[in-house]
Write a protein that binds this ligand. Sequence first.
Ligand code: BTN
Length: 270
Amino acid sequence: MTRHDDRSPSLWQEIINRGELGGNPVIFFENISSTNTVALEKGRNGAPAGTLVLADAQEGGRGRLGRAWVSPPGAGLYFSMITRPRLCPAELPRITLAVGLALCLALEKGLGITPEIKWPNDILLAGKKCGGILTEAAAIRADTALVVIGVGMNLTTPLALFPRELQPRVTSLHEQVKVLPDRGILLLAFVEEIAAMLFRLEQGEFPDILAGWRKRDATFGKTLSWLTLGGTIVTGISEGPDGHGQLQIRDREGHLHAVLSGDLSLKDGM
Ligand code: BTN
C-alpha cells in the first residue's frame, strides 16, 4: 500500500481538497443518499470514465437485493467509480468478480491479511462480511455500457449499528487489523487495483482473473442453499463459478444448477 508522509495532511483530506485521485476527478459529499445513485446520474450526464463519487456518510447506502448498506460518518469507505468498459452485455457480470479480486489484492498487499470472497460480491474476513460491491449498469450497448462500481468497506463501523440478526455475520477491518492506515491510502489502493483489473478484463484476461478469484472462494465445496427466482429453496454443494462467472451448485440428485443471482446462505453460518 502506498506510503504516505505522516507530516503532511492525511491523504483522505488531500483527495477531498484536490478533488482528484490519480488523475481521476473526485466528487466528494459529507453526506449523500447513495454514491451509486449519484454516480449513475453523473455518468448519464457525461461524467468521464474514472470519476469517483466519494462520501463520508450515506443516508441511503444500497446493497444487493434492495438491502441497506450501513454507512455512518467516518467509519467506512463508501465510493462509486464511473466506468465505460469495452465489454459486451454478456460480459458485464464479470466486473463484480474482477472487482472482488481487486479488493482482496489491495487488502492482502497493503495489510497482509487474507480476505475471501463469497459469490458474487461479499468480501469476508475471518468468515464475516466486511465489504461489498454493488455494480449497476445503464446505457447498455453492444460493446460498452455505463457501469457504476460501488464499494462499501467497514473500517471502524460499530457492529451495534447493524440489525441484531446480522451482527454475528459482519465485521470491520479494525476488528481484524488493529492499526489501520488513513482512509485515503486504503481508497488509493482499492482504486488502483480496480483500474488495473478492469484493464485486464478488457484485455480478455477473465480466465486468469477467475483463477485468482477461485483461490479466495469462501464457499467452494460447502453446502449452500439459495432461493431460486421461482421462489423455491434449493440446497447443494458449491462447485464455484463457471467460465461465465455464474455459480455452479450440485444438488443431492447430482444436477448442476447455474445460479444467476439471488440470496445464498451457507448451511452452517453466512
Ligand atoms: C452488498 O454487499 O450488497 C453491496 C454493498 C455496496 C455498498 C456500497 S457503499 C458505496 C456504494 N453506494 C451505495 O449505495 N452502495 C455502494
